[in-house]
Design a protein around this ligand. Structure first.
Ligand code: SF4
Length: 314
């Protein structure tokens, strides 16, 4: 077990920072940019926005969107450099659905990002049902020539939970997307998951870890379902029809999941971070950036457990 602590930089789970360090030979920071303008749910008059999503696509900022891609990279690079003391960077196309629209536009954005100094690769956020056939050559070439990570908003491996979240895609589309990306590109595959959904069971969390272990998924990003102003979830919350999970219970869920998650899968994030504090309705602990992380890490230390210690390849 002490070997794990050493190889995971004194963490009890495999942090993505450690993966980047071994892949790039040094610390790498992610520079977030906002260029996509919409997503299938928001674009179609027949669809609804996801229950938790505010008008900025969960990540974009109005002031950033007025800047060009180069300006966003230059401005955000300064913050990432100061915070992480990183000298190499990945440009993260984060908000909305980046694979919607013309592939040539995405290709140009990738080229712009990759021509910036010290940028080693790109990370692109999208939905599992938004990977058209024509995207694969671009992904294949980008992953061959530099580094590419595709972050898929899988959110849950249960269709009833996806319906509650109003995602507009099902589990099958997520599994197909993961397998296609793996077969046809060398991109790293990251998935986003949401815990703290109504009716979620421990058995589901364990089964979710098992499914990830069997799929070609390289890393996971975990979020607690939190309530933002101006979302359908805020209405449910105010009507008393949704209760946000407390930190203690969320930490219990995360630790249970991690113990069943293969140690080969890196972890990008352990809990949601509320970037726009003024819009956060609940839970209040999501305001604190470091507290949930420290709480979960402390819980693992007290319990003496590690990522993967309850899974067959742990
Ligand atoms: S979470 Fe993503 S897919 Fe869902 S409404 Fe927001 S931007 Fe669209």
């Amino acid at each position: 077990m002490s070997d794990k602590l050493t190889s995971w930089n004194e963490r009890r789970y495999y942090p993505i920072s450690q993966y980047f360090k071994s892949r790039f030979g040094e610390k790498v920071g992610k520079i977030s940019v906002s260029v996509a303008e919409t997503c299938p749910n928001r674009q179609s008059s027949k669809m609804e926005a996801c229950i938790f999503c505010d008008e900025w696509g969960s990540a974009a900022y109005p002031r950033e969107r007025e800047l060009s891609l180069q300006e966003q990279i230059a401005s955000n690079r300064k913050h990432v450099k100061r915070r992480l003391r990183a000298k190499k960077f990945l440009v993260y196309f984060q908000a909305y659905t980046n694979t919607l629209g013309r592939i040539s536009a995405l290709q140009e954005r990738f080229a712009t990002a990759l021509s910036e100094p010290d940028v080693e690769g790109v990370v692109v956020g999208t939905r599992p049902d938004c990977l058209p056939e024509r995207i694969y050559p671009l992904f294949r070439d980008t992953a061959e020539q530099s580094y590419l990570m595709v972050e898929l908003g899988v959110q849950s491996f249960y269709d009833e939970q996806l319906r509650f979240l109003r995602r507009g895609h099902d589990v099958e589309s997520a599994v197909n997307a993961i397998n296609m990306l793996h077969q046809r590109t060398q991109a790293d595959i990251g998935i986003h998951l949401i815990f703290g959904l109504p009716g979620e069971t421990d058995g589901q969390l364990i089964e979710t870890a098992r499914r990830i272990n069997e799929l070609p998924i390289d890393n996971v990003k975990l979020h607690n379902l939190h309530v933002l102003e101006g979302t359908p979830l805020a209405d449910l919350y105010r009507r008393g029809e949704f209760e946000a999970v407390e930190l203690e219970e969320y930490a219990r869920k995360v630790v249970l999941f991690l113990r069943h998650l293969s140690p080969r899968v890196a972890v990008q994030r352990l809990a949601a971070v509320a970037n726009r504090w003024d819009e956060l309705v609940a839970p209040q602990w999501t305001r604190e950036k470091m507290q949930p992380l420290l709480y979960i890490e402390k819980k693992m230390e007290i319990e003496g457990c590690f990522q993967g210690d309850s899974c067959s390849d742990g």
